[in-house]
Design a protein around this ligand. Structure first.
Ligand code: CTP
Length: 443
């Protein structure tokens, strides 16, 4: 019996896929099809797959060509599969010519002519037109957004707005995008808006963008008052628009894995979460000069609250802030202590005090620990009472990591709400409430 194997994502199943499977099957007697998992596709930089793994498998099954369907979870799996299943022929489309020659040591490698004028990428573009994103603000984070957005297919960065026209023009020139002198003109040219302006301006810009019918991705902290967050979410809903808070950690694959493992029972019941993020900031920067909205907690509080709310929920019974101020009265280090029905948590952040930035999740049977920069989660460990037993996990985190949130924002715009759970509206509202309480105490 001649055994053939082929692999692919098979998103939005099309004629090219059908013809490939048909010919692969004809090469032998038994065809195995490997279908990539969502997590593996993410590590390969394929961030925009539309169909779930189950749908993609079902579509392959329906062709009747596959005798067996397996999932492909990681790089390097192919060689093992070929040995394990005693494969005679590895077949793949001609877009991969040469890429799999290394498998010739294990079996015959056949590149099948690719069907012309059809691909999942083409279908995704047809089904969901490109979203033109406009940026409000020209700071450091806005500059990080552009190269990341370029890696997500389905979006293009159209232009930038900043009330300081000169800054907008300089930024536009650097990134080869348009600068808009008026907001009306700006909204007229875009489908969605990324807001990266100073915190206190977010509310006004979000409202305005929604009023102009634009989807909004807003940098954290989205707003600084609970009432504002609630109002904006209900306004977005009423207008049929997406309003999305950009806390990048919430969307990165490693953080998900960490939450999944921490909450799986392996460390027992979780009783304590400690999250710390410090970043020594230049004293001349806005974060350490703005007496009203500057300081550590408004800048970094969203990151350290995130794992706490994800693990314990939003219903805390007590909260207490301890802050160290500099001579100008600015918050250079803050620790927020929470009490929840099932545990306690601390969210610590600093712009003027350096500490060990780590995320620690402690349970009745063990703990999960991720060292700095855990907010770009790529590695964590699980420890138990038996000090010799340590489980190590790693996950990809590419570039600045904004690509993950941009890709989830895009899929929500395109009607796929499967990533909504990563940062719920309720969690964003709860964080705005904490910001409000903190700022009230500071005053
Ligand atoms: N394939 C093909 N003809 C096409 C498209 C794909 O023969 N027009 C083949 C690929 O070469 C591969 C298999 O189908 O062997 C699965 O490819 P996949 O990457 O899932 O499909 P694409 O349409 O190429 O997807 P994308 O546009 O996301 O790269």
């Amino acid at each position: 019996m001649v055994k053939v194997i082929t692999y692919g994502t098979f998103d939005l199943f099309h004629e090219g896929h059908y013809r490939l499977l048909q010919r692969a099957k004809e090469l032998g007697d038994y065809l195995i099809v490997g279908v990539t998992t969502e997590a593996y596709d993410k590590t390969r930089g394929k961030l925009n797959v539309v169909d779930s793994l189950v749908t993609r498998i079902e579509n392959i099954r329906k062709t009747g060509f596959a005798d067996e369907i397996i999932i492909e979870e990681s790089q390097g799996q192919k060689v093992n599969d070929i040995r394990k299943f005693h494969i005679d022929i590895f077949a793949i489309g001609s877009d991969w010519v040469g890429a799999f020659d290394y498998l010739k040591d294990y079996c015959e490698v056949v590149y099948l002519e690719r069907t012309k004028n059809i691909s999942s990428t083409m279908l995704r573009a047809q089904n969901s037109p490109i979203q033109r994103i406009g940026i409000i603000g020209t700071g450091r984070i806005a500059a990080r957004f552009i190269p990341e957005a370029r890696l997500v297919s389905g979006v293009s960065t159209q232009g930038v707005y900043n009330p300081h026209t000169e800054s907008a023009e300089r930024f536009a020139e650097r990134w080869e995008i348009n600068a808009y002198a008026s907001l009306e003109e700006f909204y007229g040219a875009v489908d969605a808006v990324y807001i990266a302006s100073p915190h206190e301006t977010h509310y006004g810009y979000i409202r305005d963008a929604l009023a102009h019918g634009k989807h909004v991705l807003c940098e954290k902290p989205m707003v600084l008052q609970k009432g504002q967050a609630e109002e904006l979410f209900s306004y977005a809903k009423e207008k049929g628009l997406i309003l999305f808070e950009g806390i990048k950690t919430a969307y990165c694959p490693g953080f998900h894995k960490l939450l999944g493992i921490a909450c799986s029972g392996t460390i027992g019941s979780i009783r304590n979460v400690e999250a710390c993020f410090t970043k020594l900031e230049n004293v001349a920067n806005r974060e350490l000069t703005d007496r009203v909205y500057g300081g550590s907690f408004t800048e970094l509080g969203s990151y350290v609250m995130l794992p706490i709310f994800k693990i314990f929920g939003k219903e805390f019974s007590e909260i207490r802030f301890d802050t160290i101020h500099d001579e100008k009265g600015l918050d250079i280090f803050t620790r927020a202590c929470f009490r929840f029905p099932t545990g306690i948590a601390t969210a610590t952040c600093g712009l003027g005090v350096k500490s060990e930035g780590r995320l620690l999740v402690a349970g009745t049977k063990g703990y999960v620990v991720a060292e700095a920069p855990w907010w770009k989660t790529s590695y964590f460990e699980v420890h138990y009472e038996d000090a010799g037993r340590v489980e190590k996990y790693s996950e990809i985190f590419l570039g600045d990591g904004l690509r993950y949130e941009i890709s989830d924002f895009l899929s929500m715009i395109n009607g796929n709400s499967s990533s909504e759970f990563k940062l719920t509206r309720g969690e964003s509202v709860a964080m705005a409430e904490i910001m409000e309480r903190f700022l009230e105490e500071e005053r």
